[in-house]
Design a protein around this ligand. Structure first.
Ligand code: GTP
Ligand code: MG
Length: 200
């Protein structure tokens, strides 16, 4: 599961503009500012392969990164940017849903969930949408290094609450991993998990 090489391939504004080869790919999905681009940089051990920002909404396109010339990591725009008008949010969902419904090389979605805040309805809705559409997903909890409690809860408590809310909808629970882009927690576990999914 070692990453020897990573190259940015292209940004696409529509599913039909994405690379057309048959290489397997993983999509990184989650709320704006959850840490998608940061996680990609940690996975590939390069500082600014994927552009990060304190301001939500940094990633606006479907960005393909080719790893070891064999498989793709895809950075998607974040959803649920609170300040975006409702119409922009609707655009997000039709745009991203188009990608999911048309991408048959998709091995799985890494759904990133901020462990430093209590469960958010939009994340639960997203997990449920993926589940209903039989799109395989892994829950990747981000910002697990944050020890400042939000509403009196620590990351592991927020994770437990999220799992309980999801459990009401799923017989079989998606795999889940705790990560931090600051400490590197979960990096090796996630890479191993992805290599197992690719060879499945
Ligand atoms: P969009 O592209 O806007 O959707 O955001 P994104 O999900 O790509 O988030 P990004 O990686 O740009 O990170 C957003 C902010 O969260 C930045 O200020 C990061 O430094 C911070 N951040 C990301 N991951 C972590 C983490 O694991 N721990 C902590 N403490 N901060 C993080
Ligand atoms: Mg981003």
């Amino acid at each position: 599961s070692r990453i020897k090489e990573v190259e940015f391939v292209k940004s696409s504004s529509r599913a039909r503009d994405c690379p057309k080869d048959e290489r397997p790919e993983f999509a990184i999905l989650g709320r704006s500012n959850v840490g998608k681009s940061s996680l990609i940089n940690v996975l590939v051990r390069k500082k600014e392969v994927a552009r990060t920002s304190k301001k939500p909404g940094k990633t606006q396109l479907i960005n393909h990164f080719l790893v070891n010339k064999g498989w793709y990591i895809v950075d998607l725009p974040g959803y649920g940017f609170a300040k975006a008008p409702e119409t922009a949010r609707m655009d997000w969902s039709s745009f991203t849903k188009g990608y999911f419904m048309n991408r048959n090389t998709l091995v799985g979605v890494l759904l990133l969930i901020d462990a430093s805040v209590p469960p958010q309805k939009i994340d639960l809705d997203c997990a449920n949408w993926l589940g209903r559409n039989n799109i395989p997903m892994t829950f990747v909890f981000t910002k697990c290094d944050k020890m400042k409690v939000s509403k009196g809860k620590m990351p592991h408590e927020n994770i437990r609450d999220f799992q309980q809310l999801i459990g009401q909808n799923y017989g079989k629970h998606p795999a889940w991993i705790m990560t931090s882009s600051v400490t590197g927690l979960g990096r090796d576990e996630l890479l191993l998990h992805m290599s197992q999914l690719r060879n499945y």
